[in-house]
Design a protein around this ligand. Structure first.
Ligand code: ADP
Ligand code: MG
Length: 682
């Protein structure tokens, strides 16, 4: 058996120096090397006629040299070499800059192949610095050549030959990971061949076939791992069956507004889950402001009235406090006791809370990570709600769940994810979607502006405040560390306080401040005593200040679209027409397109789709946001079809062999174990 974990250094032609360069791109082992998949391929296999070339086209030509090389010197050290070549259709000038060693390499009357970019000026065809082969050689041409992603100081040639040698080592020795029946049913390429052909295919059909197989493998192993998690919950048949005699409508009828159709539908799904003995594991997706919180409040009502306790977990203290207000406002009239537990809760108060929690006096406990601490013990926890779950990840979710005896779980997220992708990310959960906003919401007007508009933006800020409104300014998120972000916020605030907006009340907020200070500032802002709040993304989630009508985002180009959308959702929460101004720098087409999308739509799902399209799935998910590894080869946008096949396979396996114990699925068991045991923690 070949040792795939061996150091890449021992692959022929690599050695310690190249190994270091490979290390920089994350390639440490032989396995890393052969799975360093090409970004694209150049087709240098099919020759074209010179006369048919169009300007800018990369092409292979098969030609005869019809002149000797001419040399032009520029200055001391620079030279230009020129060669005239022909095929039956016409002539082409081949030009090399500063490649003196090529002098004398070409002979009149001999045949050559060149691959390069054609430039056409005034009807004359030219190729600059092309790669080439003599007539019967196919070192650089005559085939499809892989082009690798980011290689830093490694040349394409170096990495290509390292991979070629790596593949020779493993040739025919890779263990098959797919069961025979799947190979057959889905016409999947055998693993050894696929691995070779993904790099060095003889044609694009072969490449596509190889790629499909590897994408299939990658998606299937991930889906099976998630499905394993789901089975764990599903099999816990000793969950809680909530009583049918407690009616959600008791609360619904008391609300000052009517629930939307979407909210009602979702509540029906949740009610159904709660009444079943099997524990609920449901993801609730809905755009910012779509009214998820009230849905969770109603679910909490049912749980409490059936005699159970509820835990609500939010990612930030600010959000937890807000939930506390909303939950108690609705639930206290029904005699339900809610409490708030934060990291900063005083020892005496905390002791009280813990006692009342354990004896069941507190029925709804709302808080942050503080709820996860060991000595937080519930009397009988029956429902867990986690808000904005991507901040917690699977592990925290399960550690709060462990405080009950198979409680129902509701996960809420305001990051809209296209449905098929949600299946990948949250494959262990059932999904409900609120796809409708409460009526009479005004559309937030969004503008994307560059530096030159700064003064106009500042005037617009003044205008909003003069009309009695309040303004958020979100600071650039350039650096990874909270310290540096905090510094940027403080600096901007100083400038605004003393110069730009000296007539107004300016305050700031960042993640490094003490909880008490943050709370104080946030309260002041809510009460309308602050005109401009400058902040990092700590205000990203859930904060509700209906009087705020303007959100200004500095260096908007640094944010993902989904995040911009989240930030924008902080305004437009009241009766006032609201605005979002995206200040951006840079001229890249991608940036401009992204800004344009933000100005054109307020639909979180549309934005999510576009974000995915423009950034690719790797970045869309971001390893930081989710506990899920990035894909090596799958692109969820392009590979939807394969994903669907994979999902139907997983469905079948869930029914017939959920623990992958059958002989026919032995290979899959091994694959999932090897790739995921360390990654998806249960
Ligand atoms: P989300 O958590 O989904 O971002 P919230 O639950 O915070 O949204 O709801 C935003 C605001 O809309 C809250 O003030 C809430 O009370 C209100 N709201 C929720 N549902 C409705 C509805 N059906 N009609 C009117 N207002 C609603
Ligand atoms: Mg919310």
């Amino acid at each position: 058996m070949i040792d795939l974990k061996q150091n890449v250094q021992y692959v022929k032609g690599v050695g310690p120096n190249k190994a270091k360069l490979l290390h920089n791109i994350g390639v440490n082992t032989l396995e890393d090397l052969i799975t360093y998949f090409p970004r694209t391929h150049e087709d240098r296999s099919k020759p074209k006629e010179i006369a048919s070339l169009v300007d800018g086209e990369e092409a292979l030509i098969e030609v005869m040299a019809t002149s000797n090389m001419s040399e032009i010197r520029i200055g001391k050290s620079r030279t230009i070499l020129k060669l005239i070549v022909r095929d039956e259709s016409g002539a082409c000038v081949i030009t090399w800059f500063n490649q003196k060693y090529l002098k004398g390499k070409f002979k009149v009357g001999e045949k050559y192949k060149f691959y390069g970019k054609a430039q056409i000026k005034y009807g004359k065809v030219e190729m600059v610095n092309p790669v080439f082969d003599v007539e019967n050689s196919s070192k650089n041409t005559g085939k499809i050549i892989p082009i690798y992603p980011l290689t830093y100081s490694l040349t394409q040639n170096a990495i290509r030959s390292a991979i070629e040698n790596g593949l020779k080592l493993v040739d025919g020795k890779l263990e098959e990971t797919m069961p025979e029946y799947l190979l057959k049913e889905y016409h999947l390429e055998e693993r050894n061949k696929a691995m070779k052909q993904i790099h060095f295919p003889s044609d694009f059909e072969e490449y596509n076939h190889a790629r499909k197989r590897l994408v299939f493998e990658e998606l299937l192993s991930m889906q099976l791992a998630l499905s394993g998690l789901k089975n764990k919950y599903d099999n816990a048949s000793d969950g809680i069956a909530y009583s049918r005699d407690v009616h959600m409508s008791d609360v619904i009828n008391q609300l000052p507004f009517r629930l939307t159709k979407a909210q009602l539908k979702v509540l029906e799904e949740i009610d159904g889950d709660m009444e079943k003995k099997k524990p609920m594991n449901r993801l609730l997706q809905g755009d910012v402001g779509s009214g998820k919180t009230i849905v969770s409040i109603i679910a909490a009502y049912k749980a409490v009235k059936c005699g159970y306790q509820v835990a609500i977990m939010a990612p930030t203290a600010i959000l937890a406090e807000q939930h506390m207000q909303e939950f108690s406002k609705v639930l206290e009239p029904f005699g339900i006791k809610c409490e708030l537990l934060l990291g900063g809760t005083r020892a005496k108060k905390r002791r009280e809370i813990l006692e009342e929690l354990e004896n069941g006096t507190i029925q709804v406990l709302i808080g942050t990570h503080a709820l996860l601490v060991e000595d937080v013990i519930f009397h009988n926890l029956g429902l867990v709600v986690t808000d904005e779950q991507h901040r917690f990840g699977v592990r925290q979710r399960s550690s709060i769940v462990a405080k009950g005896n198979h409680p129902d779980v509701l996960v809420m997220t305001a990051t809209p994810i296209p449905r098929t992708l949600a299946l990948i990310l949250y494959g262990d959960l059932d999904i409900s979607i609120i796809d409708e906003l409460p009526p009479n919401r005004k559309k937030i007007e969004t503008f994307a502006v560059t530096k030159s508009m700064e003064e106009r933006v500042n005037n617009f800020i003044r205008k909003n405040i003069d009309e009695g409104r309040q303004v958020y300014i979100v600071c650039p998120l350039v650096e990874e560390t909270e310290e540096i972000e905090a510094k940027a916020v403080v600096e901007l605030a100083e400038k605004y306080k003393s110069e730009t907006f000296s007539n107004y009340k300016v305050e700031y907020l960042h993640g490094k401040m003490k909880q008490k200070e943050k709370d104080e500032i946030m309260r002041e802002f809510k009460e309308g005593n602050i005109d401009i709040l400058i902040s990092t993304t700590v205000i990203e989630v859930g904060v509700n200040v209906p009087n705020a009508s303007l959100m200004v985002i500095e260096n908007a180009e640094h944010f993902g679209l989904a995040q911009l959308h989240q930030l924008r959702g902080r305004v437009g929460r009241g009766e006032y027409q609201s605005y979002c101004v995206l200040k951006y720098e840079g001229k890249s087409e991608n940036t401009r397109q992204r800004m344009k999308i933000m100005t054109q739509t307020n639909d979180g799902f549309v934005i999510a789709e576009k974000d995915l399209e423009l950034r690719g799935s790797g970045e869309f998910f971001g390893t930081k946001q989710h506990g899920i590894p990035e894909f090596k080869i799958a692109n969820l946008f392009e590979d939807m079809e394969t994903l669907k096949s994979v999902q139907s396979v997983v469905l079948k396996i869930e029914n017939s062999d959920p623990k992958l114990e059958k002989e026919e699925n032995k290979r899959l068991r091994k694959l999932v174990d090897e790739r995921f045991t360390q990654r998806v923690e249960i």
